[in-house]
Design a protein around this ligand. Structure first.
Ligand SMILES: Nc1nc2c(ncn2[C@@H]2O[C@H](COP(=O)(O)OP(=O)(O)OP(=O)(O)O)[C@@H](O)[C@H]2O)c(=O)[nH]1
Ligand SMILES: [Mg+2]
Ligand SMILES: [Zn+2]
Length: 300
């Protein structure tokens, strides 16, 4: 047995339970759906001499999913993760609450509760100014936030403590500093990092494939390619509200099935009116709900 640590062009690098790394290909039956073996998957392998094959894949405990671009097949980013970090930059490129909410909901919909990493704290006064409101908002709805700077090293100890246990993934837009953070924690990694494009200040998709990286402290972490857009995949509209932890504290709605958009006696909208649910968060909910309805058409 082992875990898939890297995939590229039909070659799967598997870290065997005894610590050896081998390159394997898929057994015929599994080849029908090559995208279905992803990093983090637990696999059974067999070998004839130096030639290794993946014989079967174990059922996943979790699978982080995102929608492929314009109708492309869904992508599982990584399987069997212990922790996921939503990484954004306080500035260059500045994160909006909508973007953060999309990342958080994407992770929540995979059954995991993310932590929020706010990077580039060193950059300018704007970064410090953005930090207070974002920390206040996300801590108040139940997310642990980690303000950090890959450049100055501020806050990195807290992140290191989290990443050194089990298997984690960093996800977020291109250019926010996911690879830079890992380099700062473990300089020997020497991961490629990218310049921001001058005009838009967005990243250039420097990291192009996901792999699990062994940190010298013992943890494994997936450095993933930055998202161009963050779209949910296969999340039913009625499951979106469960991805907003604070909605669970609202009074029950009159109808057991409630969209929280227009029904009478809706507990979520009552909490919104009373300020117990924040407007930004409700706005993100509405947007994601409407997108999920569109994606699920024509059944809805
Ligand atoms: N000032 C400052 N710059 C940073 C920090 N972290 C990253 N950067 C810069 O931001 C740019 C993008 O960093 P990357 O680490 O390549 O970003 P990424 O999230 O891995 O991007 P993709 O691989 O494209 O998804 C580089 O120019 C880094 O030097 C930081 O904490 N402070
Ligand atoms: Mg990167
Ligand atoms: Zn409701």
């Amino acid at each position: 047995m082992g875990a898939v640590h890297e995939t590229r062009g039909g070659v799967y690098t598997v870290r065997l339970d005894d610590g050896r790394r081998v390159d394997a290909s898929l057994r015929g039956r599994l080849k029908q759906s090559p995208g279905h073996v992803v990093i983090g998957d637990r696999v059974a392998v067999a070998n004839e001499g130096e030639t290794w094959t993946i014989e079967s894949v174990e059922e996943r405990s979790t699978g982080l999913m995102r929608r492929g671009r314009s109708g492309a097949a869904p992508k599982v980013l990584a399987a069997n993760l212990d922790r996921v970090f939503a990484v954004v930059a306080l500035t260059a490129p500045a994160a909006t609450t909508e973007l953060i909410d999309r990342l958080l909901v994407l992770i929540e919909s995979s059954g995991m509760h993310p932590m929020l990493v706010l990077n580039k704290l060193d950059l300018d006064a704007g970064a410090r100014a953005a930090l207070g409101p974002l920390t206040e908002l996300y801590e108040s709805v139940g997310y642990h936030t980690l303000p950090v700077s890959a450049k100055s090293g501020e806050g990195l100890e807290a992140l290191r403590t989290e990443l050194c246990r089990g298997t984690s993934a960093l996800i977020g837009p291109s250019g926010v500093g996911k690879s830079s953070l890992l380099n700062a924690l473990d300089p020997a990694l020497a991961l490629r990092t990218g310049e921001l494009s001058g005009k838009s200040g967005t990243g250039r998709h420097t990291t192009v494939s996901s792999r699990l990286i062994g940190l010298s402290c013992g943890g494994f972490v997936a450095d993933t390619p930055g998202f161009g857009d963050v779209a949910l995949w296969g999340v039913a509209p009625e499951d979106i509200s469960g991805c907003f932890p604070e909605f669970g504290n609202a009074e029950p709605c009159r109808f057991r099935v409630c969209t929280h958009l227009h029904e009478p006696d809706c507990g979520v909208r009552a909490a919104l009116t009373e300020g117990r649910i924040r407007e930004e968060r409700y706005r993100s909910y509405k947007k994601l709900y409407e997108e999920a309805v569109e994606a699920a058409a024509p059944n809805y």
